[in-house]
Design a protein around this ligand. Structure first.
Ligand SMILES: [Zn+2]
Length: 81
């Protein structure tokens, strides 16, 4: 189910809503107006952000694994030389 960000034309609020169809326009949670506008510039910004975050986390895990491998090798060389 896609998530979109909306701005309300009746009040200055911005909100995120899940809709079943792209054409579906949710009502503003602040004032209840249905006169809302989808922010096309940042569709699904939250799921993209989550994906980027998990990729960064995976890279950090790889870095740590490499550090541990190197440490293990250095210890091995120190003890077996
Ligand atoms: Zn509103």
């Amino acid at each position: 189910m896609p998530t979109f960000d909306y701005t309300c034309r009746a009040c200055p609020c911005e909100f995120e809503a899940w809709v079943r169809k792209r054409e579906e326009m949710p009502a503003c949670p602040e004032c209840g107006a249905s006169d809302v506008e989808r922010m096309l510039s940042v569709p699904n910004v939250h799921s993209d952000g989550t994906r980027a975050r998990s990729m960064r986390a995976a890279r950090r895990r790889d870095d740590r694994q490499q550090m541990e491998n190197m440490h293990t090798r250095l210890e091995y060389e120190a003890n077996h030389d």
